[in-house]
Design a protein around this ligand. Structure first.
Ligand SMILES: C[S@@+](CC[C@H](N)C(=O)[O-])C[C@H]1O[C@@H](n2cnc3c(N)ncnc32)[C@H](O)[C@@H]1O
Length: 369
């Protein structure tokens, strides 16, 4: 059935106007992920709460802090470890509801009334029409350039932000196959596709490294697929995520960061095999390392002579970074979002920094001949 609705994919700009907020004596401690979400405009959902004052009651005014080192134990009453203030709120639950309930606790625990940053919450705003994404993620969908009627593969798709954008750009006509290896996350893709009425998305739980079959007669409804099954492939690769912001806790180590390059290359092999001749492959990451970005492009061009770099539209990020042996022309075809560089340079030149104040991100577009 033809898709009748439109999805408006907004992008989210982290608003940096720090407000002078006075800290209160009652402290609520939340996990680092929850604290980052609060900085992006979220309220505090009860599962994210680690510690509250001993007698906290609904309606109490509290200050919310993020546990920086992951050291606060659940149910703590007076945590004194490293923490960062993220704003003031009002309790919507008693302490006993949060920590002493038999059922898993749900819903807003603290409604933020004075968050540190003036980033509005988009929770529940037009849920059947809009999907909030970072600006570079929105750019990825356009760079891939899907057309109605095509068959597209999104190899690492959960929670499905880019999948839904791609399906919306196709007007719901064609097929977007979304793979992710984690079952619970695949359910999120399905829920998002359903909420947005995007029937052309088919989500499967599958390890994309193994998504090519050798048997040409294999049923092509689900993975694995015969070689050259797709008009366009998006490899939004698992990565070290160093471009994500705000980020208040660094849980990574060097071994983990170095583990992504070989994984991305395995996925890349599958991507190239599944792409038709004349098809487009987009490789993207939300990290800033040379090893996971420009070095991967140089490796791909050497490993797959059938691939050539293509111009990107729109191109609003910076060009690629030196150091991986790519030519100046090749670097110009890449798109790198480096907020730590973009901002200050734009500010110094007195330019509008709207499109530069983003997460760190990388995009490369290839054509397979
Ligand atoms: C960067 S996230 C994808 C974000 C997604 N494209 C979006 O826009 O919403 C990377 C995803 O790759 C998945 N992943 C990691 N290794 C995978 C593999 N071998 N096969 C399929 N999915 C994988 C992870 O579970 C994770 O959800």
């Amino acid at each position: 059935m033809a898709h009748k609705r439109y999805v408006n994919v907004f992008y989210h700009r982290f608003y940096f106007a720090l407000r002078p907020v006075v800290q209160l004596s009652s402290e609520v401690i939340v996990g680092a992920q929850c604290g980052s979400a609060v900085l992006r405009g979220a309220h505090v959902f009860a599962p994210g709460i680690l510690a509250t004052p001993k007698f906290m009651k609904t309606g109490d005014a509290v200050s919310v802090f993020s546990d920086l080192e992951g050291k606060c134990t659940r149910g703590n009453k007076d945590f004194k470890g490293k923490r960062v203030f993220v704003g003031n709120g009002v309790a919507e639950m008693d302490r006993s509801n949060i920590f002493c309930s038999d059922e898993p606790v749900k819903g807003v625990g603290i409604r933020m009334v004075e968050p540190l940053y003036q980033s509005p919450s988009f929770d529940g705003v037009l849920p059947s029409l809009a999907f909030l994404q970072n600006l570079p993620s929105v750019v990825v969908g356009h760079v891939l350039g899907p057309r109605p009627g095509e068959r597209i593969l999104d190899m690492c798709a959960a929670p499905g932000g880019k999948t839904c954008h791609i399906a919306a750009l196709m007007g719901g006509q064609g097929e977007v196959v979304a793979l992710d290896k984690i079952r619970g996350k695949v359910e999120r893709i399905r829920q998002n596709a359903k909420a947005l009425h995007l029937d052309c998305i088919k989500a499967h739980c599958f390890n994309s490294i193994e998504a090519v079959c050798t048997d040409q007669a294999q049923d092509t409804e689900g993975p694995p697929f015969p070689p050259q099954s797709f008009d366009r492939v998006l490899l939004d690769a698992p990565c070290s995520g160093l471009g994500q912001r705000p980020s208040m806790a660094c849980t990574w180590n060097l071994k983990e960061i170095c583990s992504y390059q070989p994984l991305q290359r395995k996925l890349f092999h599958t991507a190239v095999r599944l792409l038709k001749r004349g098809g487009v492959l987009v490789y993207s990451t939300c990290t800033v390392t040379l090893a996971e970005n420009e070095e991967q492009v140089a490796w791909a061009l050497n490993t797959f002579p059938c691939l050539t770099l293509q111009p990107q539209e729109p191109h609003i990020g910076a060009e690629g970074m030196l150091g991986a042996g790519l030519s100046p022309e090749q670097l110009r075809l890449l798109q790198r979002f480096s907020p730590e560089l973009g901002w200050s340079a734009a500010e110094a030149r007195g330019e509008d920094d709207t499109n530069k104040d983003t997460i760190g991100f990388f995009i490369a577009k290839f054509l397979k001949s």
